[in-house]
Ligand binder design. Structure first.
Ligand code: NAP
Length: 298
């Protein structure tokens, strides 16, 4: 029996764990892949107070070490279902808790092209810092217009011979700071107002076909395609205990869900700003409220 089961070991979930452990609560942190959530792939984080600049991996590892040092139990299992009575069913076991914090973040959005899945690991990637090294002196494309795409294009420009940065609009959503750096690079070519309409190749990715706003189609030969078009939540499995709004878990007063004792923290909930700072903020609020409501002094 746990005081709290936290689902997701990203910044929100790990912050909840730290707060609960420091309050002497027995917790179980469940994670389906690796700790760190989305920040694990960020090459440089410059908007987290206290660090002028830190790699996402280092920051996530610091959080993870903090959880372990406090005695936190982490299991790498995939949650299949959460019941109203706070039993949590995974692919391996069933656990019981007094409270549950859902901190499952969001997953990389797919272009949803017919053969996209087939080419993952064969030229298509969602993580430049993980896979960029495979494309030394090759030709790659990055798709997207947010900070991830801009950072990825800059990172890849140091490795690849040529980088196409393809975005569906004529304006980027990402910071001007990155855009200025991109414009100063000789080997980054901007392709605006264009969408990727097909991924082509036999065994491996060989080219992509793009279509611009004037309906003109062009095929570009590339070795690697980095898709950086944002994230989306995957919350359908929690349907029985929470309400969803555009896929995000609907919150009542910050971190409450419609089910007593089930809370939500981080990018996976409805909120104004999805950032690292707001994820750790949610994590601490969810844990503090869970602790308070366990004692019954709500
Ligand atoms: P994002 O800001 O949501 O940007 C996603 C981009 O992908 C947008 O430009 C969007 O186009 C485009 N897009 C979405 N769906 C698409 C589709 N189906 N086809 C083509 N393009 C599509 O996502 P993100 O860049 O991953 O960033 C997420 C958050 O993390 C942001 O708050 C960002 O600032 C933050 N972040 C910060 C850092 C840093 O501080 N170093 C680094 C990375 C990320 P539209 O613009 O047309 O909507």
């Amino acid at each position: 029996m746990y005081d709290c089961i936290i689902i997701g070991a990203g910044p929100a979930g790990m912050t909840s764990a730290i707060y609960l452990l420091r309050a002497n609560k027995k917790i179980l942190l469940l994670e389906s892949s690796s700790y760190g959530g989305q920040i694990i792939n960020a090459s440089n984080i410059e908007n987290y107070p206290g660090y002028e600049s830190i790699s996402g991996f280092e920051l996530a590892t610091n959080m993870y070490n903090q959880v372990k040092k406090l005695g936190g139990e982490i299991k790498y299992e995939t949650v299949i279902r959460v019941n109203e009575d706070k039993t949590v069913v995974t692919n391996k076991d069933t656990y019981q808790a007094t409270s549950v914090i859902i901190a499952t973040g969001a997953q990389n959005r797919k272009l949803n092209l017919p053969n996209e899945k087939e080419f993952i690991g064969k030229g298509v990637s969602y993580c430049a810092t993980c896979d960029g090294n495979f494309f030394k002196n090759k030709i790659v494309a990055v798709n997207g217009g947010g900070n991830t795409a801009l950072e990825d294009a800059l990172y890849l420009s140091e490795l690849a011979k040529e980088v196409y940065l393809i975005h569906r609009r004529d304006e980027f959503r990402g910071d001007n700071k990155y855009l200025d750096e991109i414009k100063a690079k000789d080997n980054i070519k901007l392709i605006l107002n264009s969408n990727i309409i097909s991924i082509n190749g036999n065994e491996r990715l060989e080219s992509i076909t793009i279509k611009n706003n004037s309906e003109e189609e062009t095929t570009i030969e590339i070795n690697g395609l980095f898709i950086a078009i944002g994230q989306e939540p995957k919350n359908e499995i929690f349907n029985n205990v929470v309400d969803l709004e555009n896929g995000y878990i609907k919150t009542i007063d910050d971190v409450h869900t419609k089910t007593k004792g089930i809370y939500v923290a981080g990018d996976t909930r409805t909120k104004e700003l999805r950032q690292l700072t707001t994820a750790v903020s949610d994590g601490s609020i969810a844990a503090s409220i869970a602790i308070k409501e366990m004692k019954g002094d709500n």
